[in-house]
Design a protein. Structure first.
Length: 319
């Protein structure tokens, strides 16, 4: 279902509500995520999957919605105009768009009939029923997130990053820094205590290095419930050599059996790099979506570009 007025109403009571936000480039990976959620869904429960986007192609949106089945609803809504005029900027991260901040609007994009929602980045695959995560007791906290594996290693490697987290983001312990790629949201509490306008103002208040993620850590800090890290497992671009030993052991176990695998790094997108960890799982799921050809074409372009780059470098060395 593509055209519905905001805020969206629930499809039924007690549905497992999962929200993704992105532009047209992220629509196909999001379809793979939705397919993986459906693969592990409990047939006794209803799943309300929502894609908020910024000008995605109508034909592609129709394909995404066509994946819905009996106990799984898929809806799409264009929210491109909502972020205009707020003063947000991602100029220091050219790979991002302003849609990265859209997750902060979810309490307003969903009607007050919704009491909770699970936000997930589109570059993930679920390897376990997300209803288990959705049912998490947040213990009075407004949000639940998972630890940022990459930051655990990065702040130990670079003192300026550690200083940035403690002084600019405002976390006393850098090991408490979380990823915003997964947000388990208590919507009534967020609407009451952290209105979307307040969150967006915080996002626009400075040139954050990690934008919405820094904003989430800055705003919520110790009010974040740290979730089981198996729900958001990544392979950091900068490696894990500098990760504290206690965390490294947990990371190795999580990487072996993740509940959700997150292709977060610039080097780990399986539609750009077929050697990425869990790429085989991604492509098996992608083959059962209407977007397999589109994703495979992108992989071919990425591989051809990489080969041309290597050939150009080799020619340069021979001259």
């Amino acid at each position: 279902m593509i055209g519905q007025q905001l805020p969206l109403k629930p499809i039924c009571e007690n549905a497992v509500t999962v929200v993704c936000c992105g532009n047209d480039a992220f629509l196909a990976p999001t379809a793979v995520l939705f397919r993986s959620i459906m693969d592990h869904a409990d047939h006794k429960r209803v799943y309300d999957l929502i894609f908020f986007h910024n000008g995605a192609q109508p034909r592609q949106l129709e394909k995404l919605c066509s994946m819905a089945r009996g106990n799984v609803s898929i809806r799409c809504r264009d929210i491109g105009d909502v972020l205009d005029g707020i003063g947000l900027s991602v100029e220091n991260r050219p790979e991002l768009s302003l849609m990265t901040y859209a997750r902060l609007l979810i309490p307003d994009l969903l009607s007050e009939d919704y009491s909770r929602a699970l936000y997930l980045d589109g570059d993930m695959i679920a390897l376990r029923d997300v209803a288990e995560l959705y049912d998490t007791d947040l213990r009075g906290k407004p949000v639940g997130c998972s630890v940022d594996w990459g930051m655990l290693a990065l702040h130990n490697q670079r003192e300026e990053i550690r200083t940035y987290i403690t002084e600019t983001v405002g976390l006393a312990d850098p090991e408490r820094y979380c990823m915003s790629a997964l947000l388990m949201m208590d919507l009534p509490q967020l609407r009451r205590r952290f209105p979307s306008k307040q969150m967006l103002r915080a996002g626009a208040s400075r040139a954050w290095l990690w934008h919405d993620q820094d904003t989430v850590n800055h705003l919520f800090g110790e009010e974040i419930l740290r979730l089981d890290p198996k729900w958001d497992v990544i392979v950091p671009d900068d490696g894990v050599d500098f990760m504290p030993k206690s965390w490294r052991e947990r990371y190795d176990r999580a990487l072996e059996h993740p509940y959700i695998f997150h292709f977060s790094g610039m080097l780990t997108k399986p539609w750009d790099n077929y050697l990425s960890p869990y790429a085989a799982e991604f492509w098996e799921i992608a083959a059962r979506t209407p977007f397999y050809a589109r994703l495979h074409y992108r992989l071919q372009k990425a591989q051809n570009f990489g080969e041309r780059q290597l050939w150009t470098e080799e020619i340069g060395r021979l001259k």
